[in-house]
Design a protein around this ligand. Structure first.
Ligand code: SAM
Length: 291
């Protein structure tokens, strides 16, 4: 029996066989620790009925572990040079389909409908390319794909920002954007030594469990996210200063302050202290004003 792709020895053999050289610009840091891989797959709660979406299979290290448990795996890989390698390394796993495409340009919903059974349990399981972590996650969340959970490896600092709650330094518009769609938790952190080549930053596994409905009711999602972003534009400034700037064409500063006070929100607070519920109230209150 061949050894797992993820062992350092087998990875080196594969890279040598195909004369593969890493492209830093594509965030190519491959996992070479089978223990870490099995922990990632475990965190997704896969069963033999599950479908998996992977972004960036590389030479197939994580794909192989998902394919051993799940019913089928759909993987998007941007790098043409990896396509023949994956064909070779994943030949024992006919349930894997690799699509040669930039996931940011892909119609993921359409590919899912074509590949998975209707109503199939689907999880995203991926070691993300770090240069585009946030756009990829936000695309998958905003498109409201029928995905139960996403278990992804990413920069530790970004995982912390996504999972942070009010009052912490890491809390910001990214935390609220992600937590609007999903419950977020950092499952474990990962040392640099489990990758080849080693990345410059520490890594973590983040689990995003999709919510069946948003945790707050907002009159307009677009306006809600605009208000959140505007509130954090200058973190050190008060909520009042940031919002007054955002609404400068329609309201003067004293009107913004009065509105916040009418909601029992102290205008001198900073955005980082506000809960998602408070942002939702601000959105709904000011939305009336805009219409
Ligand atoms: N899954 C492999 C592993 O764990 O060893 C490789 C992970 S590596 C961090 C990221 C992978 O994503 C690389 O294979 C890279 O070529 C691919 N990639 C980078 N940008 C991408 C994009 N926009 N769409 C799809 N794949 C991408």
């Amino acid at each position: 029996m061949t050894k797992d792709i993820a062992t350092p020895k087998r990875t080196k053999e594969i890279l040598d066989k195909f004369g593969f050289s890493f492209k830093k610009s594509l965030g190519q840091n491959f996992l070479i620790d089978p223990n870490v891989l099995s922990k990632i797959v475990m965190a997704a709660g896969l069963t033999e009925e599950s479908g998996v979406i992977e972004i960036g299979p590389g030479i197939g290290a994580l794909t192989e572990q998902s394919a051993k448990i799940a019913e089928r795996v759909l993987a998007f890989e941007i790098d043409q040079r990896l396509i023949p390698i994956l064909k070779d390394t994943l030949s024992p796993y006919p349930t894997v389909k690799v699509i040669h495409q930039d996931v940011l340009k892909a119609d993921v919903q359409k590919e899912m409908e074509a590949f998975f059974r209707p109503g199939q349990d689907v999880a995203v399981v991926a070691n993300l390319p770090y240069y585009v972590t946030t756009p990829i996650l936000m695309k998958l969340l905003e498109e409201k794909l029928p995905v139960r959970v996403m278990v992804v490896m990413l920069q530790k600092e970004v995982a912390e920002r996504i999972a942070a709650g009010p009052g912490s330094k890491a809390y910001g518009s990214l935390s609220i954007a992600a937590q609007y769609y999903a419950e977020a938790e950092t499952v474990f952190t990962v040392p640099k030594t489990v990758f080849v080549p080693q990345p410059n930053v520490d890594s973590a596994i983040l689990r995003l469990t999709r919510r069946s409905s948003p945790p707050v009711n907002v009159k307009s999602e677009q306006f809600f996210f605009q208000v959140v972003q505007a509130s954090f534009v200058q973190r050190r400034k008060t909520l009042l200063n940031n919002l007054a700037k955002f609404f400068e064409e329609t309201l003067d500063k004293s009107q913004v302050a009065a509105k916040l006070l009418s909601m029992d929100i102290d205008p001198k607070r900073r955005a980082e202290a506000l809960s998602m519920e408070e942002f939702a109230s601000i959105c709904n209150e000011f939305h009336n004003e805009m219409n």
